[in-house]
Design a binder for this molecule. Sequence first.
Ligand SMILES: Nc1ncnc2c1ncn2[C@@H]1O[C@H](COP(=O)(O)OP(=O)(O)OP(=O)(O)O)[C@@H](O)[C@H]1O
Ligand SMILES: [Mg+2]
Length: 296
Amino acid sequence: MQQMTQLSSLAASKPLSVGSEIKVNNVSKSYGADNFAKEVVHNCSFTIDRGKLTVMIGPSGCGKSTLIRLVAGFERPTSGTITIDDKPVTGPGVDRLVVFQETALFPWMTTYDNIMYGPRARNEDTAEMRGFAETLLQKVGLSAFRKKYPSQLSGGMQRRAELARSMINKPNVMILDEPFRGLDAMTKKLMQEYYANLYNEFRRTTFFVTTDIDEAIYLADRILIMTNIPTRVRAVIDVNLPRPRQVENVVESDEANAIKMQALGLLHEEAMKSFARGSKAAADFIDAYSKRVGKQ
Ligand SMILES: Nc1ncnc2c1ncn2[C@@H]1O[C@H](COP(=O)(O)OP(=O)(O)OP(=O)(O)O)[C@@H](O)[C@H]1O
Ligand SMILES: [Mg+2]
């Protein structure tokens, strides 16, 4: 009951759209020097709107994780600028939280202690934070697993604990690099639902990378379709499906299906270019695409 009160008071106090605005302006990134330089990102520009969930999708190996590292401030662009609320990104910051595919939970801490790690590190082990931790445990379905260690949790539970551990710090920007990659289909669907609920509740600015078009359409306010390497934005598609969304409704929606066909068409063209350069991942995508289109 107490939890419910905290939940509703949190919901009532939050503005609908919060977080920062990210602008990527004419960014290029090369690795290696001179004749050995390999350009991974080419003159790339896009905006991630405040409080919106922007999903980047592109062919495997096109440079998505490179862009994530640039926005997170782990690496610097070769040219161009990245700003967060008009301030240049010059390094990592506590305003940005990155969730990668690999789990980053501390194995020696329980679920609860992992979630409370950030507040405790800031000396904020307050009643309010403990209440927020309870809310998050409940939201990600881990209340009964609060005393378990990461090794006692399934892969999906670990990912949920990690989401809660990030959300408790109320970052201005959430950055997620294929956080559900490698999970089985059923767990992945559940994760998407948990994650969509968290987003609906807290509305932080989110930059989410995936290679899964269904995941992109289910989650996104806006989809950035990326080109083959060296990558840049090939197309921007706004997804205006009402929230909260049900996976089943999205699958049946004509609008979602139109977006899917448009996106798959563009991704197919980009994968063809990689294929022409001998990429196995691109060949696999084209194979899967041909089977899917053949079924329509
Ligand atoms: N530090 C680095 N030094 C040299 N090359 C790099 C470095 N980081 C990435 N690359 C190259 O950049 C290209 C894009 O890599 P990146 O990981 O950004 O792609 P991606 O789109 O995230 O791929 P995936 O879909 O497999 O996750 C790859 O060819 C990779 O070899
Ligand atoms: Mg990647």
